[in-house]
Structure formats: C-alpha cells, structure tokens
Design a binder for this molecule. Structure first.
Ligand code: ADP
Ligand code: ADP
Length: 221
C-alpha cells in the first residue's frame, strides 16, 4: 500500500498537501484543473520534490527521503523522451542502466519488454523510424523493463489521437494488471479515467483528495 501521511510537498514555492492511501494493485486516475498540482503529486512520490511535512510510506516502509532510484517507482512522462541517436532497444535498456552496460539477463529483459508492447522486431531501429504510436510503446517498454511495483504516468499519451490513445491505455492497464503493479495516471480527460481507473484522486488548488470510486466521481456531476 502507498500511504501519503499528511504530506506537504514543495515544488519551487508551490505547495501541495495530501493525506491519502492507494491500495496495492489499484488503478487510479489523478484528475483536476491545469496548475492544480497533479504533476507535483506524482513528482513527490517519485522523489523529485522535497516533502517538508509528513511521510510517504510504501508497504509500511518510510521512503520520504529515498533518492528517486531507491524508490519502487517507474515514471512515464508526457513526451516519452526517447533519445534519437540510440536504437529502440538501447532506449529501453536505459531504463535498467544509464551506462547501457547490460548483462545477458538484462538484455533478455529488454527483449521481453519490447515483445510485451508489440515491438519485438523493431528494436534495432532509431525512434525516428517508428510511428507516433510505436514511439509511445517504446517509452512504455522503458518503464516496464524496470519492473517496479508502482507505475506513475504523467499524461502519457496526450500527443496521440483518440483511437491510438485508447489502445495504449488498454495496453497499460493490461500490463499493469499482469505485473500486479499499482498504477497512478494523471489525465485532463475524464474518459481516460473511465477507461482504465477504478478510482480517482481529485486535485484542486494544491490539495489531493483520498481516492474515490470513478463512477461516483465522474458519472454523477
Ligand atoms: P501540465 O498542466 O500539463 O501538468 P504544466 O504546464 O503545469 O503542465 O507544466 C509543464 C512543465 O513545466 C512541468 O515540468 C512543470 O514542472 C513545469 N512548470 C510549470 N509551471 C512552472 C513554473 N511556474 N516554473 C517552473 N516550471 C514550471
Ligand atoms: P498540474 O499537473 O495539475 O497542471 P503542476 O503540479 O504541474 O500542476 O503545477 C502546480 C503549480 O506549480 C502550478 O501553479 C505550476 O505553475 C507550479 N509549478 C510547477 N512546476 C514548478 C516549478 N518547477 N517551479 C515553480 N513552480 C512550479
């Protein structure tokens, strides 16, 4: 279980407060107006912003002051951030080792992640030789290959058209379920939440609320 125990997060002078818990294996959408603090919430869990009050607990362990690399977290950002000079396989390998000196078992993990996202035969290409949807799949593979139990997605597929976005959301949900991972996804679009999240965390004016069932929050406005 992820527990944010009465925390206050400092993002360059913007403060976010949260006191909430997320059950293991849950799939949760984080929604709210632009500037409300959704990215700040994910950034705090990932260890990018200092927590100036309260504690972050994962399975009862205090991770408030762990470095990002020590946390059980893998994060996918909006634009995926693939390096153009590296192949798709190398981009995925960066999820395991920044120096790309992978051992045989780690190379296997890269191949397995590419297989799972449907890019088995495209590992030797450069990102520019992939379609937009394939690039999103490669960025997702780089997150999956880390095998972390907590997946944080910050508006991951905002650049895709609606059909491709729906396909990617379904893929993320299926892969998270298979890995028994906990999923937190920021979105501007309530339809994204309806599609894959059982619960929603509402963020408004620097405060994140306890998760509530998606149908309660989004279907009874
Ligand atoms: P979104 O609303 O899609 O979450 P934002 O426009 O709020 O995106 O932020 C985009 C990026 O710019 C984020 O990385 C955020 O941390 C950064 N950012 C937003 N506002 C500021 C600011 N006032 N000063 C510095 N960086 C900011
Ligand atoms: P959201 O994801 O809900 O759009 P953010 O968490 O990105 O909101 O940002 C919350 C607030 O913090 C916004 O007012 C934004 O301008 C500000 N902000 C974001 N990043 C930074 C930053 N690096 N430095 C200062 N202010 C920031």
């Amino acid at each position: 279980m992820l527990r944010l125990d009465n925390i206050r997060v400092d993002n360059g002078g913007f403060f976010l407060d949260a006191d909430l818990g997320v059950e293991p294996g849950a799939s949760v959408a984080v929604i709210g107006p632009s500037g409300a603090g959704k990215s700040t919430l994910l950034g705090a869990i990932a260890g990018f912003h200092p927590v100036v009050r309260g504690r972050i607990l994962w399975g009862g362990t205090d991770i408030t002051h762990d470095t990002p690399g020590q946390r059980p977290v893998a994060m996918l950002f909006q634009d995926g951030n693939l390096f153009p000079h590296l192949t798709v396989s190398q981009n995925v390998g960066l999820g395991i080792r920044p120096d790309l000196r992978l051992n045989v078992a780690e190379e296997d993990r890269v191949r397995d992640a590419l297989l799972r996202v449907g890019l088995r035969t495209l590992g030797e290409r450069k990102p520019a030789a992939l379609s937009g949807g394939q690039q999103s799949r490669a960025a997702l593979a780089r997150v999956l290959v880390q095998k972390r139990p907590l997946l944080l997605l910050d508006e991951p597929f905002a650049a895709l058209g609606p059909a491709l976005k729906a396909e990617m959301l379904d893929l993320v949900a299926a892969l998270a379920r298979e890995a028994k991972a906990t999923l937190l996804m920021v979105s501007h679009d309530p339809n994204d939440a309806r599609r894959i999240a059982e619960q929603v965390i509402l963020v408004a004016e620097g405060r994140a609320e306890e998760p509530a069932p998606t149908e309660e929050l989004l279907d009874n406005p």
